[in-house]
Design a protein around this ligand. Structure first.
Ligand code: PAF
Length: 281
């Protein structure tokens, strides 16, 4: 496994693999890898070569967000990648990605104007821009993203479709701790007391999912039951609980077709997300 810091080195390696006729799977990450990322890397193993990028992208953090404190540990990440058969880690600096000046952005309407886009106004422009850049650098056949960031996954699928990017985007299921908490690099911010309180997210998601699976079709009823569950936890503060159309991210009143029920909840100062998808057959 190689670790490279420059775009030129990535391009040279990819060119070599392309000459040999290899297919390339790509997993973009911000590092501090956990089993959720490993499930994406394992899925990318269906390609001949696997590339992982590790880059805490400043452009997707708002001014009062956790860019400076976002956890970083390259040695640990490299060890996990090696164990899971990664061939190349791209570990650029912000200067390598953005230079001294940077004027171009990839932005999107509609899908970005709901859910996390409302509380994190610059976030998805930063995500789309960096992911478009990474796709241009790595030129993968397939790229893998977690369903935990369901809005991000929908936005990236849409960007690839709208801008005719020549790759397939694959969504992979949420990976949870044994007690239900969705795996996230941000779980490391939680104190032991908050870690316990954070279980209210998965409890609320499982409750909503059960209601829908048992036939409830009124989004308002599902949302209020889920909110009630969260409000029972004194350390939790709701950012949103919403039911949206899976493709457009617009709120729906009736649960029909493919829907996403998504929540964002502050546990102390840490903002966590979770969700479930319901596909009506
Ligand atoms: O999901 C993430 O870790 C990031 O948003 C991504 C896709 C790597 C872009 O920086």
């Amino acid at each position: 496994m190689r670790i490279v810091e420059t775009i030129e080195e990535v391009r040279a390696q990819i060119a070599e693999w392309r000459k040999e006729g290899r297919t390339i799977g790509f997993v973009p990450t911000m590092g501090y890898l956990h089993e959720g990322h490993m499930s994406l890397i394992d899925a990318a193993g269906e390609n001949d070569r696997v590339v992982v990028s590790i880059f805490v992208n400043p452009m997707q953090f708002g001014p009062n967000e956790d860019l400076a404190s976002y956890p970083r540990d390259l040695e640990h990440d490299a060890g996990m990648c090696e164990e899971h058969g990664v061939d190349l880690i791209f570990y650029p600096t912000p200067e390598e990605m953005y230079g001294d000046t940077f004027y171009s952005y990839v932005d999107m309407n509609v899908l970005t104007q709901e859910l996390c886009g409302l509380s994190r106004p610059v976030h998805f422009r930063g995500v789309c821009t960096v992911v478009a850049k990474l796709f241009n650098i790595v030129t993968p056949d397939k790229a893998y993203f977690g369903q935990k960031d369901a809005q991000q996954l929908a936005i990236i699928k849409r960007m690839v479709k709208d801008l005719n990017m020549p790759l397939t985007v694959i969504g992979c299921p949420i990976i949870r701790e044994a007690d239900g908490l969705a795996k996230s690099s941000r779980n490391t911010y939680l104190s032991p007391e908050e870690r316990k309180a954070a279980l209210v997210l998965s409890r609320s998601v499982f409750l909503g999912k059960k209601m829908v699976e048992e036939g409830e079709r009124d989004a308002k009823k599902v949302i209020s039951a889920m909110k009630e569950e969260i409000e029972r936890e004194p350390l939790a503060r709701i950012d949103y609980v919403k039911v949206v159309d899976l493709d457009t991210m617009q709120q729906v009143e009736r649960i029909e077709g493919d829907i996403l029920t998504a929540i964002a909840v502050f546990i102390g100062k840490t903002r966590l997300i979770d969700n479930f998808i319901y596909n009506e057959k």
